[in-house]
Design a protein around this ligand. Structure first.
Ligand code: TXA
Ligand code: MG
Length: 315
């Protein structure tokens, strides 16, 4: 771990310091309820370029903008009745909405990688809320990990991956949800599930009283999470394993003998919160990882999506 980045406490002084760094165009990692984000002023193209450079991220993969409340979101996107309904039900929280950009929005074009839509969300985490209010502007933030590696759920994960490339990390302990936000596209005729995540699709469908569409096979690469190998540990990952093979570490789910258990009680919210933390911990041991089956309902949809990417062949 490089000591170069400041570790700031979520105190009023720490928040003010982090907000000042953002205003100077520097990169600050901060906790959200989902994962740690790597933040920059979304109106400052040079600062946003720094995010792509620090992560080693392909420039065609656009970023999520974080704001303090739905009122702030309406300054940047063309708001709709469906957006209002979902924002009222789930903001602040682990939901990102993709909407057409509003004229005069002021968001740097590098944030959207040239698209005419913007992914925007209002995080619920108290430290993220305090930072957004202290900064007073839109913050572009992907997950605070080098591109293609496991998403960070603690400040130590952030420092281990990016410690020598960022100004500071606001450290407020582990992220409670542990999975990235669910992304819903509202720029077409029907609300579309672009990425399963920390808010179950079933809950969104209940709020809409309508099913979510799934992206078509011809969806452009601009839809989220499309690089097959993503969330990747260094180690080989084998899925739906009933037992480890010799030399493998075993990541369990439900009551079973294993090296680490996502949730011994078989609870999907607990498993989501543990997923990246346990993958980080097992990966540090340098041996291949076998993973027990996880049911695909509710949050299990997003957990299986992340596991499938962790196990995908590397580019
Ligand atoms: O929980 C989260 O969403 C975390 C925290 C930090 O907020 N952020 C996060 O960001 O997961 P990132 O950059 O790792 O993932 C953002 C996803 C990408 O897959 C990207 O393709 C998609 O959002 N995305 C961003 N803008 C988009 C747009 N205009 N249209 C479609 N997808 C978009
Ligand atoms: Mg990410």
């Amino acid at each position: 771990m490089s000591p170069a980045a400041l570790r700031l406490a979520p105190s009023p002084e720490g928040i003010a310091h982090a907000a000042r760094l953002l205003a100077e165009g520097q990169l600050v990692a901060f906790p959200t309820e989902t994962v740690y984000g790597l933040g920059a002023d979304a109106r400052n193209g040079t600062a946003v370029a720094g995010i792509y450079a620090a992560k080693g991220r392909p420039s065609f993969n656009p970023l999520i903008v974080h704001v303090a409340d739905a009122g702030a979101a309406r300054a940047y996107v063309q708001w709709t009745a469906t957006a209002e309904r979902l924002a009222a039900a789930f903001w602040p929280g682990p939901l990102t909405l993709v909407l057409p950009l509003r004229p005069g929005h002021g968001i740097a074009s590098l944030v959207t990688a040239g698209l005419d839509t913007l992914a925007i969300r209002v995080p619920a985490h108290p430290a993220a809320q305090a930072l957004l209010r202290g900064f007073g502007g839109p913050v572009a933030a992907p997950s605070a990990n080098p591109s293609g590696r496991i998403s960070p759920t603690t400040a130590d994960h952030v420092l281990a991956g990016l410690g020598d490339r960022i100004a500071a990390v606001l450290d407020d302990g582990p992220c409670p949800v542990g999975l990235e936000s669910t992304i819903v596209g509202l720029d077409g005729a029907q609300a579309t599930l672009l990425r399963p995540g920390g808010l179950a699709a079933e809950e969104i469908e209940a709020a809409l009283a309508a099913p979510l569409a799934l992206p078509g096979h011809n969806a452009p690469l601009s839809a989220p999470g499309q690089l097959e190998s993503h969330y990747a540990p260094q180690a080989r990952v084998r899925l739906n394993a009933t037992a480890p093979e010799p030399g493998e570490l075993f990541l369990g789910f439900g009551a079973m003998d294993c090296d680490l258990n996502l949730s011994a009680a078989g609870d999907l919210a607990e498993a989501a919160a543990n997923l990246f933390t346990h993958l980080h911990a097992l990966d540090a041991l340098g041996r291949p990882i076998a993973v027990a089956p996880v049911p695909a309902s509710g949050l299990g949809l997003a957990i299986n999506d992340r596991l499938r990417r962790a196990a995908a062949p590397r580019p």
